[in-house]
Design a protein around this ligand. Structure first.
Ligand code: SF4
Ligand code: SF4
Length: 365
């Protein structure tokens, strides 16, 4: 029997955890540290911008985590497995693929700077928006009393992405799409032909819509036959998990719809996921319980449809848990590297583990 890799086993067991660094987030030191902490905590996948500097920062973080895995085990963190590396692409306009910008010279001196206060990524200062820190959440836009803040959107370029995926040995890609983008999706998919056979996983991320089931079925026809695992990411309320516990509901609602309509593939939540998500999934019996781990033919199971969710992806919430700690690296006298600050490192891994364990230890108490 062929043994499947741990991330694929996690999908089948329904305890897959994905860290979303952000399709537009390019703050390299933070991304490197997030990769260290969440991979030591047992993340199955890390999803990042299709940018070589970002990918290399994650790879560096993953190498460091690998070296620390025995030490982590001694400290009781024993879930480390090399996570799959995923890059996100878009087939058209999408809020994940944009940056905010404004001209700071136009700001009145007495402005109380609500934009700066609301930004979850600390991406705004007196010089405007720090491009690499902005991940496009859009919260600053309506809050400016002078409407000075605009966004700059972009669409993934196939020519730039293909060599990245090949040369940097990317495990998985995620395509962000929306109902109505069928032709754009088809174009992007055709452009990806040269690398599709090398993928371990394809994820398709879409927001809810009255015609979403028909749309996902059409996409399934376009991508078939597919020789790797497939995730449908139900993108509830994008980039909002750190706002409040209620943001988790739209992703769950869409996942229920996808499960009810037997969309072929794994269903995974994102967009508004937070500390409340797993609890809510348990209450709704959408989490798989009691899967015996011995004598399983994972290879057969991977081709089956399941009446439960395969896992959860966390973005802004997972990052917001660690950012206050990681910011201390900028001011500490010791070192700017997480692995050289014992207290911050293991405190970060503990916080990350508490979140990862919500889905990994999912049985009802
Ligand atoms: S609030 Fe969101 S969109 Fe605005 S600068 Fe911060 S991260 Fe970017
Ligand atoms: S809220 Fe608007 S005017 Fe005030 S600092 Fe921010 S961008 Fe400038």
């Amino acid at each position: 029997m062929k043994t499947l890799e741990i991330p694929l086993q996690s999908l089948i067991q329904g305890n897959w955890f994905k860290l979303i660094c952000g399709a537009s987030f390019q703050d390299l030191p933070t991304i490197r540290s997030l990769a260290i902490a969440y991979s030591l905590a047992g993340a199955d996948c890390i999803d990042v911008a299709a940018d070589s500097a970002v990918i290399n920062a994650v790879k560096e973080g993953l190498n460091i985590a690998k070296k620390l895995k025995l030490e982590a085990k001694k400290k009781g963190f024993n879930k480390y497995n090399l996570p799959w590396l995923m890059v996100s692409l878009n087939d058209g306009e999408d809020p994940h693929f944009r940056k905010a910008e404004f001209n700071p010279l136009l700001c009145p001196k007495n402005c109380p700077r609500p934009c700066e206060k609301i930004c979850p990524a600390n991406a705004i200062n007196h010089n405007g928006v720090i491009d690499e820190k902005c991940y496009g959440c859009g919260r600053c836009i309506p809050i400016c009393p002078l409407n000075l803040i605009e966004t700059r959107s972009y669409v993934s370029s196939i020519n730039g992405i293909l060599p990245l995926i090949k040369e940097l040995k990317i495990d998985a890609i995620e395509i962000h799409t929306q109902v109505g983008h069928e032709d754009d999706f088809k174009r992007l998919w055709q452009g990806l032909t040269p690398i599709i056979s090398s993928l371990k996983l394809l994820a398709i991320s879409c927001q809810d819509h009255e015609n979403v089931i028909e749309y996902l079925n059409n996409l399934y026809t376009i991508i078939s036959p597919l020789n790797c695992a497939l995730i449908w990411q139900t993108d509830g309320r994008p980039m909002s998990g750190d706002i409040g516990i209620g943001t988790t509901h739209p992703a769950i609602k869409m996942a229920e719809k996808a499960i009810l309509n037997k969309i072929p593939g794994f269903i995974q939540l994102a967009g508004g996921t937070n500390q409340y998500t797993v609890k809510k999934l348990k209450e709704k019996h959408l989490i798989r319980e009691n899967l015996l781990l011995e004598n399983i033919d994972y290879y057969q199971l991977a081709k089956t449809n399941f009446p439960y969710i395969a896992g959860v992806a966390y973005g802004s919430y997972a990052r917001s848990l660690l950012i206050p700690l990681l910011e201390q690296l900028e001011t500490t006298e010791k070192s700017i590297y997480l692995e050289e600050n014992d207290d911050l490192l293991w405190h970060s891994v503990k916080i990350a583990s508490d979140l990862v364990n919500q889905i990994k230890k999912k049985r009802l108490d």
